[in-house]
Design a protein around this ligand. Structure first.
Ligand code: ATP
Ligand code: LTN
Length: 334
């Protein structure tokens, strides 16, 4: 509890350009629940280092991600939006928690297996201990809830296990966090292969709609989206392409699947795809206007970055001090 509110922590890695999967699956849910909690949303730049980054481009991307959080509707005064690397407590607590995490546990992480297969030339120790840094992110703020997609559930489980293990030895130090799966539970699939998740690291640029895509590209990509050939707009497991487009249209307009089927009864896929494209492009147009404004105002963004780093540091220090004392590290003399 902080200021009588439960604490919420979440974040995204500053790798790749965000897609509408990240938006409908994560960001837009964050905004819906932000008021109910004391919130911390990190730009997880330390996590991004597990994969090789080009420094200048990486720096730009991290700033861009922060601007996107705000452009999407997170008020940076009410929500502590900050860079993970600006709060040294993340790395410090991660080290301590490394000493409370077993290699066997980390070996079971499916993301590690997937990513080490994908980056076989750079299977570094950071990739292996990625979940421990994520546990540190969450436990540092004593978070009660963590909104994450299904793919991150395993990391949340290990975070809970580490917290419980630590508490069993040292008493009630950490709040044991719960996952918060969005109500809509939207999982947006690739436009090129609707059996695969839409992902910002997909090599096929037509598979994903990026938040910074221009209107014409958005419409063009939706027109080309892979669908079946029966031309009926119906939500059905055997029609993953159309079902995915219905999910996207539902996220963009708030309409139910039944309402969408009724709206497009007797109409073809061509007309439906354009409607989906328009509805998404409308949202992205607005978001991009805000995004450009935020990035253009350097001192505004710098001010937020500075203040929120201080705010996050203040809260994280409280936990870190307690943890250091509990494990028996010698207190610094000031
Ligand atoms: P990468 O391709 O780099 O692994 P990603 O696009 O899968 O990235 P993440 O950075 O792993 O995205 O995830 C950020 C957040 O967005 C997570 O909460 C994740 O669950 C959510 N998310 C990512 N892709 C989708 C999707 N297609 N549908 C719904 N939610 C998604
Ligand atoms: N691994 C997460 C990003 C992330 C995160 C966190 C999410 C890093 N630390 C702490 C929630 C809480 C991902 O979505 N890829």
């Amino acid at each position: 509890m902080l200021n009588d509110k439960k604490v919420l922590f979440s974040g995204m890695q500053a790798t790749g350009n965000l897609t509408i999967g990240n938006y409908f699956g994560a960001l837009s849910n964050w905004i819906k629940i932000a008021d109910e909690y004391e919130t911390f949303y990190g730009v997880m730049d330390l996590h991004s280092l597990t994969v090789r980054q080009e420094p200048a481009q990486f720096r730009k991307r991290a700033r861009s991600l922060m601007a996107l959080y705000i452009a999407a509707g997170l008020d940076p005064v009410k929500n502590c939006i900050y860079f993970q690397s600006h709060v040294s407590g993340h790395a410090e607590l991660a080290w301590i928690l490394n000493c409370f995490t077993y290699i066997g546990e980390l070996n079971r992480m499916t993301q590690f297996k997937d990513k080490s297969a994908k980056h076989a030339d750079n299977v570094n120790a950071g990739l292996f201990t990625y979940p421990v840094l994520m546990a540190a992110d969450i436990l540092l703020y004593q978070a009660d809830v963590v909104p994450v997609g299904k793919d991150q559930m395993q990391h949340l489980e290990i975070t809970r296990d580490i917290a419980i293990r630590f508490n069993n030895i040292y008493g009630d130090v950490f709040t044991v966090p719960e996952a918060y799966l969005g109500k809509s539970g939207a999982k947006i699939m690739s436009l090129a292969d609707p059996t695969k998740k839409m992902s910002k690291s997909d090599e096929n640029l037509n598979a994903s709609i990026y938040l910074l895509d221009k209107r014409d590209d958005v419409i063009r990509k939706f027109k080309r989206a892979v669908t079946d050939s029966d031309n009926e707009i119906r939500y059905d497991e055997s029609k993953p392409g159309i079902s995915n487009l219905m999910d996207i249209y539902s996220c963009a307009t708030g309409k139910s699947h039944d309402e969408i089927s009724a709206e497009f009864a007797g109409k073809g896929y061509g007309e439906f795809k354009i409607a989906v494209g328009e509805s998404v492009a409308d949202i992205l147009d607005k978001l991009q206007v805000e995004y450009d404004k935020i990035l253009a105002d350097k001192s505004y963004l710098d001010g937020i970055i500075k203040e929120n780093a201080q705010k996050a540091s203040y809260f994280s220090e409280k936990t870190l001090r307690k943890v250091k004392k509990k494990v028996g590290l010698t207190e610094r003399i000031k």
